[in-house]
Design a protein around this ligand. Structure first.
Ligand SMILES: *Cc1c(COP(=O)(O)O)cnc(C)c1O
Length: 395
């Protein structure tokens, strides 16, 4: 392996920005006070928490008191779904979500199903876009919540969030969106999009791990998720993760300063890599929508290739990528997202996700495309299925 690795797994996590680390450090050292304390040391910490809350609220068109800090995206998703289900149970016990949600949403839905709730998992089309007609038809008088992710973590598809929000509002149903991949990557306005709850996570936009937030619209009857002290206006107990919150706020600030610029850089890298792969490697398929797509996402299926083998061989060449979903690696099931867009098991198994950041370079894209070409070629040479396929093609 030559030099630094080429990091193409920014949907799994991102590198913490040096400015973010710098913003966090004082709250480990001099400013270690508890934000709930009365003395000055505590109020400095409290100020840092308030400042981050204000920054984040302003990026969403929300009020500061609608932002609740959590230990990341998974907690925010769990909280939104479970607490909304409990609070609105007197109205009904039906929830609508999509088949391509992150497991933080899907497994929480399964948990709720075991506790007497009914969940409808709506289909997506072959590009991974939720079918609005199906969503509309799924609505019942007892539907209390719609949860659809803003953008998908595997194939990068961006959902018609504004339309879904309007539909939910029209029917008086709460709307939650898992925006972990979208927040700080795309402009989001909670009022214009009629979003009632929104989950985000710091480490997906160059912030620290283990910190995120849930936006909860004023007036929602959401109970506390962690019981204990009065932190987060009595809705999320536990001494605040002050360094994490300070880092989260700084990361949001940095991301929004350069939102358009970073997206443009990423899009150029993404499209260059897509073009190279398409030109140089036969029998492959771009997964996800070409237009309604996160600026950092490239996801390909290569026929006659096993995704895990491809990953390992790319790792040996110093390239960090992922086969669909980091959560499913280690299991033999193909990704639920790739199955939902209609890929046969075999094709789904041969998939590779590469997610860039604005820090990647065109030269890295060249090296990556070259490495994939070489590796896919070698793996196909060893594949009896490929051999059969070539024989048949020649007939
Ligand atoms: C990463 C991710 C999560 C989980 O966030 P954590 O902060 O790692 O708990 C949830 N949803 C989506 C779409 C994600 O990409």
């Amino acid at each position: 392996m030559k030099g630094n690795p080429i990091y193409l797994d920014n949907a799994a996590t991102t590198k913490t920005a040096p400015e973010v680390v710098e913003a966090m450090l004082p709250y480990f050292t001099e400013q270690y006070g508890n934000p709930s304390s009365i003395y000055a040391l505590g109020s400095a910490a409290k100020e840092a928490v308030n400042r981050a809350r204000k920054i984040i609220a302003s990026t969403l068109g929300a009020q500061a008191n609608e932002i609740y800090f959590t230990a990341g995206g998974s907690e925010a998703d769990n909280w939104a779904l479970v607490a909304a289900a409990e609070a609105y149970a007197p109205k009904g016990r039906h929830i609508i979500t999509s088949k391509i949600e992150h497991h933080a949403v899907l497994h929480t839905c399964e948990y709720l199903e075991k506790r007497g709730y009914e969940v409808t998992y709506v289909d997506v089309d072959e590009h991974g876009i939720v079918k609005l007609e199906d969503l509309k038809h799924a609505i019942r008088p007892d539907t209390i919540l719609i949860s659809v992710m803003f953008a998908n973590n595997e194939i990068g598809t961006i959902q018609p969030i504004k339309e879904i929000g309007a539909l939910a509002k029209e029917h008086g149903i709460l709307f939650h969106t898992d925006a972990v991949q979208a927040y700080a990557h795309l402009p989001i306005h909670v009022d214009e999009m009629n979003i009632d709850m929104l989950s985000a996570s710091g480490h997906k936009f160059h912030g620290p791990k283990g910190i995120g937030f849930l936006y909860i619209r004023t007036g929602l009857k959401i109970r506390s998720f962690l019981h204990g002290g009065q932190q987060e206006r009595g809705r999320r107990a536990g001494t605040e993760n002050v360094p994490g919150i300070a880092g989260l706020g700084r990361a949001a600030e940095l991301a929004f300063e350069k939102l358009g610029e970073n997206a443009e850089k990423e899009r150029a890298l993404r499209d260059y890599l897509i073009e190279k792969i398409e030109k140089e490697i036969p029998h492959c398929r771009l997964n996800g929508d070409r237009e309604q797509r996160l600026s950092n996402n490239v996801n390909y299926s290569f026929r006659f290739v096993e995704g895990e083998s491809l990953l390992i061989m790319l790792d040996m060449k110093g390239i960090c990528a992922s086969s669909g979903s980091a959560c499913t690696s280690g299991s033999l099931d193909p990704s639920h997202v790739l199955l939902a867009i209609g890929l046969p098991h075999e094709t789904a198994h041969g998939s590779l996700r590469m997610t860039v950041s604005a820090e990647n370079t065109m030269e890295e894209m060249d090296r990556t495309a070259e490495a994939i070409k070489e590796t896919v070629g070698r793996l196909r040479e060893m594949s009896p299925l490929y051999e059969d396929f070539i024989k048949k093609e020649k007939l």
